[in-house]
Design a protein around this ligand. Sequence first.
Ligand SMILES: NC(=O)C1=CN([C@@H]2O[C@H](COP(=O)(O)OP(=O)(O)OC[C@H]3O[C@@H](n4cnc5c(N)ncnc54)[C@H](OP(=O)(O)O)[C@@H]3O)[C@@H](O)[C@H]2O)C=CC1
Ligand SMILES: Cc1cn([C@H]2C[C@H](O)[C@@H](COP(=O)(O)OP(=O)(O)O[C@H]3O[C@@H](C)C(=O)[C@@H](O)[C@H]3O)O2)c(=O)[nH]c1=O
Length: 271
Amino acid sequence: MSKNTSHKRLLSSEKKTILVTGANGQLGMTFRKHEKDYQDLNFVFMDAKALDIKNQKAVDRVFEQVKPDYCINCAAYTNVEKAEKEPEKAFLVNAVAVEFLAMACKAQSCILIHISTDYVFDGEKTTPYTTTDTPNPINVYGASKLQGEHNIKKFLSQYFIIRTSWLYSREFGKNFYRTILQKAQTEKELHIVDNQAGCPTDAENLKGYILDLIMNRSDNYGIHHFSDKEVMSWYDFAKLILEENNIQNTILIKNNSYKTKAKRPVYSVLG
Ligand SMILES: NC(=O)C1=CN([C@@H]2O[C@H](COP(=O)(O)OP(=O)(O)OC[C@H]3O[C@@H](n4cnc5c(N)ncnc54)[C@H](OP(=O)(O)O)[C@@H]3O)[C@@H](O)[C@H]2O)C=CC1
Ligand SMILES: Cc1cn([C@H]2C[C@H](O)[C@@H](COP(=O)(O)OP(=O)(O)O[C@H]3O[C@@H](C)C(=O)[C@@H](O)[C@H]3O)O2)c(=O)[nH]c1=O
């Protein structure tokens, strides 16, 4: 194999098995899309139907059968607004079920790669949050994700918790990028908040970061922060989305009174 494709080769010849949970979500689908690019990895994709991570017996059974070397947990309760009304559901998926995964990983000596969020922070800082900053979530979703992090740390030493922010895929799932395009089809004016700063992150880049950890056999376990680098507001992001798609007849209006149930951090840049 030539040198310029070597990043897609494992450092050792052993083929690793990667279990991807929540495989029908935007990040899960992004991994699926690239399965063929990684011939040295044996992917097992399980969507919510194939494996409900809330079902501990099912989790244990799948881990016993698949014997994964890595589990990339893309399963999550991600509806920030709805979580305010149904916190038990959010905690069940984002915290309790994550503990089931951690226990199964422990039993099978599997490395857990779990995705967490900038919403574990309260947004009171004005400089990028580092991995040593103390989380202090201000909404139910963030609190449930933080509890998930704690539950992993209780059981495992070989884990990666990767906090990312404002994740979007142009192709898959429900996300701000696709919501704006959808709204632009039916609404002349879009009212978008300008009072939160963060870094939109392309799911393609997060996928690359995670698979590099595996391909390079990283043992830099613990909490990682990964996001794309451009800091902006949701309004700025909406503007970029419309520009990228050459949409000129939609009027964007800065409107910080856009009503939401959940509070969001005012600043959630990850450093
Ligand atoms: N989206 C974002 O902006 C950000 C996301 N993250 C984190 O990144 C990760 C991936 O998010 P993303 O791909 O955007 O999320 P999605 O909501 O697109 O995907 C989550 C997937 O998990 C599935 N799921 C829900 N409950 C269960 C369950 N009990 N068992 C198995 N699968 C389940 C969902 O299935 P179904 O739809 O059928 O319920 C869905 O397919 C999550 O951990 C999220 O918290 C972090 C920062 C930003
Ligand atoms: C759709 C829309 C949203 N907004 C505002 C509401 C909110 O403050 C902000 C973002 O809106 P959304 O609800 O789409 O995004 P939200 O669900 O808050 O996105 C978050 O999702 C979770 C899963 C994460 O982990 C976070 O990193 C983050 O990406 O934009 C408007 O002002 N106008 C609009 O038309």
